[in-house]
Design a protein around this ligand. Structure first.
Ligand SMILES: *[C@@H]1O[C@H](CO)[C@@H](O)[C@H](O)[C@H]1NC(C)=O
Ligand SMILES: *[C@@H]1O[C@H](CO)[C@@H](O)[C@H](O)[C@H]1NC(C)=O
Ligand SMILES: *[C@@H]1O[C@H](CO)[C@@H](O)[C@H](O)[C@H]1NC(C)=O
Ligand SMILES: *[C@@H]1O[C@H](CO)[C@@H](O)[C@H](O)[C@H]1NC(C)=O
Ligand SMILES: *[C@@H]1O[C@H](CO)[C@@H](O)[C@H](O)[C@H]1NC(C)=O
Ligand SMILES: *[C@@H]1O[C@H](CO)[C@@H](O)[C@H](O)[C@H]1NC(C)=O
Length: 489
C-alpha cells in the first residue's frame, strides 16, 4: 500500500510522463519462431520435508497440483493453483530398528526429525519386498501427497535418493561421513541399486504410481554432507557414480523396469553437473542414463550452455531438477528461470519445496511446528509461468533475458512471460515473425505480479493486438504474462 506522499509523487511522475512520453525508454523485443524442444514436460516439486509434514492435506494438494483457486484457512488467502505436474518422491534413508541385535542408525545431533525421511528397507537381510526386512507402511504422508498429486493430474514421477539407507553406510549415519568424504562402501553399491529399483517396482504394483525415472544421487560431489549435518546426504564422487549407474540399470532390468529412465547426477551447480557428466563419460551416459539432471543453486552463474550442448549432443533430455533460493519476492527465481529457459533449455523445471521457512519455500511455513503462514510474492511469480506455459507446449528461443515465449501448437495459443528489472519502460513485443496472427484489436489475456505487492497475479484488462505487436509498460520488478489465441508458427 503506497503512502499518501508517494501517491502524490506518483501522480506527478505520471503527469510528467504523459507530457513527455518519449522520456520513457521504448524497448522493441523480437520474438522468433524457433522452438527449442519437442514439448515442455512441465513444472514440478520435490516432496520430502513439506510432504512429510503436510502430506495429508487436500487443500495444499489443490493449491500445488491443480489450476483451481483454493481458499485456505491459515493464510486466509485464495490462491490460484500452480498446476504442477511433476512430482519427485524422496526414498528415505532412516529407520529406527536394531539389526543383528546391536546395530542401529547413528543420527546427526543436528538433523530435525522433519528432515529424517523414513526408508522402506529396514536391514538388508533380505531383498524380498514381502519379507520382514521391508516395512511398506512407513512414510505415509509423503506417499499420500504423491497420490493426491496423481489424482489431480500430476503425470510425471521421479524417485530420488538423498542418501542410501543408513545401514549401507560406513558410519551408519545418513547425513554423511565425519569429514564429508565417501560414506558408501563399494560393497553396498548393489544394495543401493536394489533399494531404489525395488521401491519403483513396488510402487507400480501396489500404489499405482509408475516412476518415469530414478535418480540415485543428490548433490553427490558436494563436500558438505557430514555426520553432524542437518539433512540426509551422501558424498559419492563421480568415479563411484560411474560404477553405480550400470549396477542400478542391472537391478532395474531385474525388476522389469525397462521403461524407466535413470537421471543423473543432480549435482548442486551447473559446473559440478558438467564435471560429473564428463567423468561418467559418454558411453555410460548413452547406454544407461536417459536424462541429465542438474540443480540450479549456482543461480545466475555457471556453464548452462556447455551443459545443454553436452546433453543434447547425445540426444538426452535436461531438467533443472531442483531450484531454491531465499528471495521471497521471487525476483531471483524469475531471473534464473529465464536464464534456464533461454540457455540451459531444460525440458522441465522443479522447485525444491513449496512450503518452507525463511523464504525458501513459495508459501512461508514452519515445518517443525507444522505452522503455515502465507504465500510469498515468489508464489505468485511462479504462477505467472506454471499456469500458462503448460506441458506439451514448445518454448521458443529468445535472445532477450527478460522474456520467455511459448506456443501451444494445438490450440494456437502464444504465451509470453515478460519481466522488467530496470526503470519503468514500454515493451513492444513484435509478433510479425509468426505466419498467422489474429487481426489487430484482438483481445489478449494478461496477468501481472508487481514488485510492490499491489498486484499478485492480478488480471490485466484492455490489452489488444496492435500493429502485430503487444505493447505494455512494465515497472521495475514486474512480471507480466500474456496469452493470445490464433497464433501459428
Ligand atoms: C524474427 O526471427 C528472427 C530469428 O529467426 C530474429 O532474428 C528477428 O529479430 C525476428 N524479428 C522480429 C520482428 O521479431
Ligand atoms: C479442480 O481441479 C481438478 C483437477 O485439475 C478438476 O478435475 C476439478 O474439476 C477442479 N474443480 C473445480 C471446483 O474447479
Ligand atoms: C548383519 O549380519 C549379517 C550376517 O552376518 C551381515 O551380512 C550383515 O552385514 C549384518 N548387517 C549389519 C548392518 O551389520
Ligand atoms: C512399520 O511402520 C509403521 C509406521 O511407521 C509402524 O507403525 C510399524 O510398527 C512398523 N512395523 C514394523 C514391523 O516395524
Ligand atoms: C530496480 O529495482 C531494484 C531492486 O529493488 C533496484 O536495486 C534497482 O536499482 C532498480 N533499478 C532502477 C533503474 O530503478
Ligand atoms: C508497425 O510496425 C512496423 C514494424 O513491424 C513499423 O515499421 C511501423 O511503423 C508500425 N506502424 C505503426 C502505425 O506503428
Amino acid at each position: 500500500m503506497p503512502t499518501f506522499l508517494s501517491r502524490i509523487v506518483g501522480s506527478a511522475v505520471l503527469l510528467w510522463s504523459l507530457l513527455l512520453p518519449f522520456t520513457q525508454a521504448d524497448q522493441q523485443v523480437s520474438i522468433t519462431t524457433n522452438t527449442y524442444s519437442d514439448a515442455w514436460e512441465g513444472w514440478g516439486v520435490s516432496l520430502a520435508w513439506w510432504a512429510k509434514a503436510f502430506g495429508d492435506r487436500d487443500d495444499l494438494a489443490d493449491i500445488v497440483f491443480t489450476l483451481n483457486s483454493t481458499k485456505w484457512e491459515p493464510g486466509d488467502q485464495t490462491l490460484p493453483g500452480l498446476g504442477l505436474n511433476i512430482v519427485r518422491y524422496n526414498a528415505g534413508a532412516c529407520s529406527w530398528n536394531t539389526i543383528n541385535g546391536s546395530v542401529t542408525m547413528s543420527a546427526s545431533a543436528n538433523i530435525p526429525s522433519t528432515k529424517q525421511i523414513e526408508g522402506y528397507w529396514l536391514d538388508g537381510l533380505s531383498s524380498d519386498p514381502s519379507s520382514s526386512s521391508w516395512n511398506w507402511t512407513v512414510d505415509a504422508n509423503q506417499r499420500d501427497m504423491m497420490l493426491k498429486a496423481q489424482e489431480r493430474g500430476a503425470n510425471i514421477f521421479e524417485l530420488f535418493s538423498n542418501s542410501p539407507m543408513w545401514w549401507q553406510l560406513n558410519n551408519h549415519n545418513p547425513s554423511g561421513a565425519d569429514d564429508g568424504g565417501s560414506n558408501l562402501p563399494s560393497s553396498q553399491y548393489r544394495n543401493h541399486a536394489i533399494y531404489l529399483s525395488t521401491i519403483a517396482k513396488y510402487a507400480k504394483d501396489n500404489w499405482g504410481v509408475t516412476f518415469d525415472s530414478i535418480e540415485p544421487f543428490n548433490e553427490p560431489s558436494s563436500n558438505w554432507w557430514k555426520s553432524s549435518g542437518t539433512q540426509e546426504g551422501c558424498y559419492i564422487d563421480a568415479d563411484s557414480q560411474k560404477a553405480i549407474i550400470p549396477i542400478l540399470r542391472d537391478e532395474m532390468k531385474a525388476q522389469g523396469l525397462d521403461g524407466t529412465t535413470i537421471a543423473a547426477s543432480d549435482e548442486n551447480s551447473y559446473q559440478l553437473a558438467l564435471n560429473s557428466w564428463n567423468t561418467i563419460g559418454e558411453s555410460i551416459q548413452k547406454s544407461d542414463v536417459g536424462r541429465m539432471n542438474t540443480h540450479g543453486y549456482s543461480g545466475s552463474s555457471g556453464p548452462r550452455d556447455d551443459l545443454q550442448k553436452l546433453a543434447r549432443g547425445i540426444g538426452q533430455k535436461v531438467w533443472d531438477s531442483e531450484y531454491g533460493d531465499n528471495d521471497g519476492t521471487g525476483h531471483t527465481m524469475v531471473k534464473n528461470i529465464m536464464l534456464d529457459l533461454r540457455i540451459l533449455k531444460p525440458d522441465a523445471w522443479v522447485q525444491w519445496q513449496v512450503l518452507d521457512g525463511s523464504d525458501w519455500g513459495l508459501i512461508e511455513a514452519d515445518i517443525s511446528s507444522s505452522t503455515l503462514k502465507g504465500a510469498t510474492e515468489k508464489y505468485f511469480n511462479l504462477a505467472q509461468f506454471t499456469r500458462h506455459i503448460r506441458p506439451g507446449m514448445k518454448i521458443l528461443e529468445t535472445s532477450s533475458s527478460n522474456i520467455v515465449p511459448a506456443i501451444d501448437e494445438d490450440s494456437h495459443t502464444l504465451v509470453i512471460v515478460a519481466a522488467n528489472w530496470d526503470e519503468q519502460s514500454t515493451f513492444n513485443f513484435d509478433l510479425s515473425n509468426f505466419s498467422k496472427l489474429p487481426t489487430d484489436g484482438s483481445k489478449i489475456r494478461s496477468w501481472m505480479t508487481n514488485g510492490n505487492g499491489e498486484k499478485l497475479y492480478a488480471s490485466v484488462d484492455n490489452i489488444a493486438l496492435d500493429n502485430q505487436s503487444i505493447s505494455t509498460s512494465l515497472g521495475n520488478g514486474t512480471v507480466q504474462t500474456f496469452e493470445i489465441d490464433g497464433v501459428y508458427l
